[in-house]
Design a protein around this ligand. Structure first.
Ligand SMILES: Cc1cc2nc3c(=O)[nH]c(=O)nc-3n(C[C@H](O)[C@H](O)[C@H](O)COP(=O)(O)OP(=O)(O)OC[C@H]3O[C@@H](n4cnc5c(N)ncnc54)[C@H](O)[C@@H]3O)c2cc1C
Length: 411
């Protein structure tokens, strides 16, 4: 069946409100959703009231330093209201939020277009590792400054030659009494230039098998011997860095989890990175983007010239809804799994590729006018090139799905 006929078939399955007027109109309600209890709705009401009183009225600044200050202040304000890290256990400053409460939180933040927090890496990746694998002393030292973004973290995982095949990492740590002496290079380290701490993967036993002999360290970014070099992106921004470590001394007490037993932490970190709520938040962003495409199409003076793109706009809308429905179906399973199940790979693969198509379509709809667009879609388009690389490349995810979901033999 041709692509257009598939779209035509899918159109018949959509609620009539989406097809009114010959072109797509916004659905009045949510097409797919959870049912919420009275208690959960009370949680929503409390959050709405807080947001009504505290949401910043000014837009997020564009310039990097101002943006950083703004997002730090926003995260601090959220932390004061106990509205950051709500999934953390109460004893560490979270709310022990259930999955549905986290979904409500994501919905409400998206509804008011709240800015992102400054340091999702620390809140969503580092902290769960510390809570699960860290010592009591490490939890006491590192967790409190994470919620109000008093300390920012970066991840020192990837290396030149160890990205998809992370277990090939070579950055090594040699023990000298109660200290590790660390030397090596990391790359693509997001926010390393502003980070206070780095969750660093190092090889602590060069003689062990590849996945053994890896340890996970909390490294003070102000330690002598650490330097970084920003990598300039297509958009002109510099969010990533090469990170160089030359004889950096790190207390052995900063080893998170067992010495030489860091690989399970890596897997857990990657599972948190792909995550559960990522897919839910992304579903909302994708649905908004699909509706924005509809507006772009309708608002275009050259609509007749764009007629060929109408089917693509419909396709983008359908894909966003399919992603949303699939996310709701698998969310509980993603949430309950200790390790990332194949469904997580499917969501990441499908979501990242739709995101790229959506941005490509926006650029096609905008045409030359895109240059005057103020940067919104342009920046989204440029950034979207990276989303099929970060958190597992599309090729790696397809292999994972072939082997673990479909049970195909290893190639
Ligand atoms: C936006 C963004 C943010 C990032 N942030 C961080 C960060 O904060 N910290 C950090 O440590 N890293 C970070 N990374 C790095 C990221 O984890 C790696 O880019 C990713 O793991 C891929 O590794 P690589 O770039 O070395 O590519 P490679 O692994 O060298 O892959 C190159 C190409 O070969 C393909 N390929 C590789 N192996 C196979 C295989 N077995 N089968 C089929 N195809 C294969 C890949 O799919 C890809 O197309 C970030 C990356 C991006 C894009």
């Amino acid at each position: 069946m041709s692509g257009r006929r598939v779209v035509a078939r899918c159109v018949q399955l959509l609620p009539p409100v989406c097809r009114a007027g010959g072109v797509w109109s916004k659905p009045r309600g949510t097409v797919f959703a959870f049912a919420y209890s009275g208690e959960e709705e009370a949680f929503r009401t409390e959050l709405r009231a807080w947001l009504a009183a505290h949401l910043p009225s000014e837009p997020v600044p564009v310039a990097d330093e101002e943006r950083h200050r703004f997002l730090r202040a926003w995260q601090r304000s959220l932390a004061a209201g106990r509205w950051v890290g709500i999934h953390w256990p109460r004893e560490y400053g979270g709310r022990g939020a259930t999955l549905k409460e986290q979904v409500i939180y994501t919905e409400e933040m998206a509804r008011v277009r709240a800015p992102a927090i400054l340091d999702p890496i620390a809140v969503n990746i580092v902290a769960p590792l510390l809570i699960h694998y860290g010592s009591a002393a490490q939890r006491e030292r590192f967790l409190p400054p994470i919620l109000p973004a008093e300390e920012v973290w970066c991840l020192g995982f990837s290396e030149p030659g160890a990205g998809s095949d992370l277990a090939a990492l070579r950055c090594r740590a040699e023990r000298d009494g109660e200290e590790w002496v660390v030397s090596g290079q990391k790359v693509w380290s997001s926010k390393a230039h502003v980070a206070d701490w780095c969750l660093l993967l190092v090889r602590t036993d060069g003689g062990a098998a590849k996945h053994k002999g890896i340890s996970c360290l909390a490294v003070d970014m102000r330690s002598p011997g650490i330097t970084w070099r920003p990598l300039v992106q297509l958009s002109g921004r510099s969010e990533f860095n090469e990170l160089f470590l030359d004889q950096v001394r790190v207390p052995v007490a900063n080893t998170i989890g067992p010495i030489n037993g860091g690989w399970p932490l890596v897997r857990a970190a990657l599972a948190h990175e792909r995550g559960t709520l990522w897919a839910f938040e992304f579903k909302i962003r994708l649905q908004n983007a699909a509706l924005a495409l509809v507006d772009l199409y309708r608002g275009s003076a050259a609509r007749r010239d764009l007629a060929a793109l109408r089917q693509d706009v419909a396709q983008a809308y359908i894909e966003a809804e399919v992603f949303a429905a699939h996310t709701l179906r698998i969310l509980p399973r993603l949430h309950d799994a200790a390790d990332a199940p194949p469904e997580a790979a499917l969501q990441k693969l499908f979501g990242s590729e739709i995101q790229q198509r959506t941005c490509e379509l926006a650029m096609a709809l905008l045409g030359a006018r895109g240059a005057l667009d103020g940067g919104g879609w342009q920046e989204a388009y440029l950034y979207s090139r990276s989303v099929t690389i970060s958190s597992g490349t599309s090729e790696i995810l397809r292999t994972l799905l072939a082997e673990r979901a479909l049970g195909l033999p290893r190639g």
